[in-house]
Design a protein around this ligand. Structure first.
Ligand SMILES: [Zn+2]
Ligand SMILES: [Zn+2]
Length: 131
């Protein structure tokens, strides 16, 4: 097995999900394809792919790092209820405006915290004072 096929398998896992998994979750999924891959290999490849810009990395408030194969400029929404991470597009405009003004933008890492629509609805159902 070529060295690059591991990296390909890791990228493949991330391209097939929009859930922004952390390294442990990526490891579980990659193991379905390459059963003998080590957690260290997955961590190292994820770090290298992040450094080379082939993956978007996202650090959340709880200190965990999540990975995203979508490297276009976008912001993220982290739900404090269920932990789901969603994509928010259209926020790259800020970077475009800065570049227009002569700034060199390297990356945009906007993370918005709150409740997703389902969790917001649940909270409302539980708390009659909000309805
Ligand atoms: Zn939620
Ligand atoms: Zn994303």
């Amino acid at each position: 097995m070529r060295y690059s096929s591991r990296r390909e398998a890791i990228l493949e896992v991330l391209r097939n999900t929009k859930e922004h998994p952390d390294a442990d979750t990526v490891y579980e999924k990659v193991r379905e394809k390459i059963p003998n891959i080590s957690l260290g290999t997955v961590y190292r490849n994820l770090r290298e792919l992040g450094e080379s810009g082939e993956l978007n990395t996202l650090e959340t408030e709880d200190g965990s790092t999540h990975f995203d194969a979508d490297t276009s400029r976008h912001a993220h929404f982290v739900c404090k209820g269920c932990g789901k991470i969603g994509d928010l597009f259209g926020y790259g405009d800020v970077a475009d405006a800065l570049e227009h003004a002569g700034y060199k933008v390297e990356c945009v890492k906007t993370v918005v915290y709150g409740l997703c629509p389902e969790c917001a609805r649940k909270q409302k159902d539980c708390d009659p004072s909000l309805s």
